[in-house]
Design a protein around this ligand. Structure first.
Ligand SMILES: [Zn+2]
Length: 478
């Protein structure tokens, strides 16, 4: 497959006003007021280090030969700060959003009925592609796409979803849906038979064939390694125990990751307590589901002992605060999870509060809940870690490496110029500025796996050079 839509810019050089390291801290010495030099050469970060002096700002975008000539001094100094890309630890790819699709917010179990009957239906290419476009504009460099099939060809839809992610240049974990005891929305019986061993083995064979095929399509290209295919048992209440055990066995044998919803709604909590009076999570543990190869999404209704078990097993937990509000599922347990689960991260679930895939607003909401739940200020660096380093494992082989010399460029250049008067102020570490105020409008560039996949349009207010003709007013049809 030829990737036509991906930008091919893989080289650049910048002077930065600061650097946010992987957990929101500067990677080397604290040098918030000084400039940093960043050089990316053929996709690889060759230089990332403080410079002794100099004007922080953009040296140039594409030409490593030297600073851009700007004799008129028209270009305002831009305070670019390097940040790791935000990671979206749980999503589905819902196109421009569920409002566009005509699916009203509602309690989860009701909402699921309308999810399959959108006013504006779209295929996986648009569902994943348009969502990926919006995420990249916001600085989200990787997302988990749990495919919700729109028709009977599940293999075909997962293939299309993965190709859409590759075409957009976003790193993606694409979860192949497994659902064999979903007849009752409220949840299966404990001994529900499911699809049976032969059918599950056939499904696993389909997944492995598809993963190999997709890897072959991009082998040797810059898109190699962008996609990790995962097994997606939709949730324990809708998948038979025998099936869950078989998928866990396959994961243990091959390393293929699992991604499933867990205790998202009060209804699911009630099901778990009814069907597993001795504990759903211990049962999942016995089935082999709770390992460092597993991500669970939501966990809105998890108790402290259950959070502790997830952490003990190395499970990644993707919290989805906006989605939980929109689907009347509860308040995401940000503070309890952050205190107990090392790999507690954030997901948008395709249900950002403003229906716009804005990872920064989600981060701000999560930090706000964390503060409200503890009555304490949460440092920006700790909040930023939820949206960056904590979620890396969810992406398996497609996970980005932290920005550092010698690594492929996976990074966001944030334009924090409006707040440059705060740089170096002891109350305002760069992470606190970013978490407090950054949004898609401040995302100047996004690089994924060594390729620039998004750059902000030049500001429209920038003066034209005097020799250029005045722009013609746009004709507006009457
Ligand atoms: Zn979900």
């Amino acid at each position: 497959m030829t990737v036509h839509t991906m930008s091919t810019t893989r080289t650049g050089r910048w002077r930065l006003a600061g650097v946010l390291g992987d957990a929101g801290q500067p990677p080397a010495r604290v040098d918030a007021g000084g400039a940093w030099e960043l050089v990316v050469d053929d996709g690889v970060i060759t230089t990332l280090r403080p410079t002794p002096a100099g004007q922080a700002g953009q040296v140039d975008r594409d030409d490593p030969a030297g600073p851009r000539d700007d004799p008129a001094g028209l270009a305002p100094p831009t305070a670019l700060v390097l940040c790791p890309p935000l990671l979206n630890g749980h999503d589905h790819g819902r196109g421009p959003g569920t409002v566009d699709a005509g699916i009203p917010d509602a309690p989860l179990e009701e909402w699921l009925d309308t999810l399959g009957r959108p006013v504006r239906p779209r295929g996986q290419d648009e569902l994943v592609g348009l969502a990926a476009d919006a995420m990249l504009r916001a600085g989200v460099g990787a997302a988990v796409f749990c495919v919700n099939p729109t028709g009977p060809d599940v293999v075909g839809e997962v293939r299309t979803a993965a190709r859409a992610a590759v075409a957009r240049g976003i790193r993606a974990a694409v979860a192949f849906p497994v659902l064999d005891a979903g007849g009752d929305r409220r949840g299966r019986r404990r001994g529900a038979p499911g699809a049976g061993r032969a059918a599950v083995d056939a499904l696993i064979a389909d997944v492995e064939r598809l993963a190999g095929e997709l890897a072959d399509e991009v082998a040797g290209s810059p898109a190699a390694g962008l996609v990790d295919i995962q097994l997606g048992p939709v949730g324990p209440q809708w998948v038979a125990e025998a099936t869950l055990a078989r998928l866990a066995e396959h994961s243990a044998a091959t390393g293929r990751r699992l991604h499933l919803h867990l205790l998202e709604s009060p209804g699911q909590r009630a099901w778990a307590d009814d069907v597993y009076p001795d504990g759903l999570l211990p049962a999942m543990d016995r089935l082999g589901l709770l390992t460092e190869r597993t991500t669970v999404a939501h966990g809105t209704q998890l108790r402290d002992d259950e959070l502790a078990l997830l952490d003990e097993r190395g499970v990644t937990l993707a919290l989805n605060a906006s989605s939980n509000l929109r689907l009347a599922a509860g308040v995401a347990p940000i503070a309890r999870a952050a205190a107990r689960v090392r790999a507690a991260c954030l997901g948008l679930d395709g249900l950002a509060l403003s229906d716009d895939h804005d990872g920064w607003a989600e981060l701000r909401l999560a930090r706000g809940l964390w503060q409200a739940q503890t009555h304490r200020r949460v440092p920006g660096a700790a909040a930023l870690a939820l949206a960056t380093s904590a979620g890396r494992a969810a992406f398996g082989a497609a996970a980005p490496r932290p920005p550092a010399e010698g690594q492929l460029a996976d990074l966001v250049l944030l334009d924090l110029s409006p707040w440059r008067h705060l740089f170096g102020h002891p109350d305002w570490p760069l992470a606190d500025i970013a978490v407090a105020a950054a949004g898609p409008a401040h995302v100047a560039e996004v690089w994924v796996a060594g390729t620039r996949v998004h750059h902000r349009p030049e500001p429209s207010s920038r003066p034209e050079p005097s020799s250029a003709p005045a722009p013609r007013p746009r004709e507006v049809p009457a």
